[in-house]
Design a protein around this ligand. Structure first.
Ligand code: HPA
Length: 265
C-alpha cells in the first residue's frame, strides 16, 4: 500500500491546484454543530468536493458534509476546512482517519483545530455547551502511527491555544475527551468507567486525529460541543437525531465563538 504521507502530499498538491492557494496556515475539522463556522471566518476561495482529492471518500453519516474549503481570513492567513472526516468506526482503518490531518500538514498548516459533538460527563453541562479539550484518553486500542514511532503527547491540546480561546470566552470549561470506538453510544457502565479514569467528555473521533497531528508537528486546539449528557448521566435514551438537533440549535453561537477564536490565531 502507498505511504500515507505520499498520499497526503498528493492531496495537498491537488488542493493547491484546484484552489490556487499554495499553502495554508490553519486547518479545521468541523464536527456536528460546528459547520457554520466555515461561513463566518472569512471569504471562501474554493470549495472542493472531497471525492476529487486523493485519499478522501464520501462520508457514511447523514449530517456530515463532504467538501474541502479554502478560506481567506481577514488577517490574510489561509484556512483549510476539512468537511470530510473519516471516523474510526467506519472501519476503513487508521490511515483513512488520519488522512485529513496529514493532508492539512502537507499543505503547510501549523495549527490544527479539531471539533466534535460529544457526550458530557460533568452533569452541570447543558446540551449546547462548548468545551475545550484539555487532554484525551484513547480507548480505540489503536494508533495512527505505524512502526516504532515514539511521539510525545504531553500538552497535546495546546495550553497556549486554550488560554487564547479563553480570552474570547472566559467561561469556557475544559475536560478530558475519551474516544470510544463506537458507532454505538456507550453503556452507562462505560461512561462511569470513563469518569473514574478521569474523563469528562465521550465521543467517537478526535483522539486518533490529534495523535497524527502531533506527529506532523502541528499545534492543536480541540473543542467539543456537548450535544447530550452521556449515557446514564442523562436518564433518557440517546439518539443521533437528538445529537444533530442540539448541534443545529447551538450552531450559530458556537460557530461565532470559533470564528472569534480563529481571528486571534
Ligand atoms: N457518546 C459518544 N459520541 C457522541 C455522544 C455520546 O454521548 N454524543 C455525540 N457524540
Amino acid at each position: 500500500m502507498a505511504d500515507p504521507f505520499e498520499i497526503a502530499s498528493l492531496a495537498a498538491a491537488k488542493i493547491a491546484e484546484l484552489s490556487g492557494v499554495k499553502s495554508h496556515d490553519i486547518a479545521l475539522t468541523l464536527g456536528s454543530g460546528w459547520a457554520k463556522a466555515a461561513d463566518l471566518i472569512g471569504e471562501t476561495v474554493a470549495s472542493i468536493p472531497a471525492t476529487e482529492i486523493p485519499g478522501f471518500s464520501a462520508p457514511s453519516v447523514v449530517g456530515h458534509v463532504a467538501t474541502i474549503r479554502s478560506i481567506l481570513l481577514p488577517n490574510g492567513k489561509h484556512a483549510l476546512v476539512l468537511g470530510a472526516r473519516t471516523h474510526y468506526y467506519e472501519g476503513h482503518g487508521v490511515r483513512r482517519v488520519a488522512h485529513g490531518v496529514r493532508t492539512a500538514a502537507a499543505t503547510g498548516v501549523k495549527t490544527m483545530i479539531l471539533t466534535n459533538g460529544a457526550g458530557g460527563i460533568k452533569d452541570h453541562w447543558k446540551p449546547g455547551t462548548p468545551v475545550l479539550i484539555s487532554d484525551h484518553i484513547n480507548l480505540t486500542a489503536n494508533s495512527p502511527l505505524e512502526g516504532a514511532t515514539f511521539v510525545d503527547l504531553t500538552d497535546l491540546y495546546s495550553s497556549r491555544l486554550r488560554d487564547l480561546a479563553r480570552t474570547v470566552d472566559e467561561t469556557l470549561d475544559d475536560g478530558v475527551y475519551v474516544q470510544f470506538r463506537g458507532p454505538h453510544y456507550e453503556t452507562p457502565a462505560e461512561v462511569q468507567m470513563a469518569k473514574i479514569m478521569g474523563g469528562h467528555i465521550v465521543g467517537m473521533s478526535t483522539a486518533l486525529e490529534a495523535i497524527a497531528a502531533r506527529q506532523s508537528g502541528m499545534e492543536i486546539l480541540g473543542l467539543s460541543l456537548i450535544t447530550n449528557l452521556a449515557a446514564g448521566i442523562q436518564k433518557t435514551p440517546l439518539s443521533h437525531a437528538e445529537v444533530l438537533e442540539a448541534g443545529r440549535e447551538a450552531e450559530p453561537r458556537i460557530s461565532d465563538l470559533l470564528a472569534r477564536i480563529i481571528a486571534k490565531l
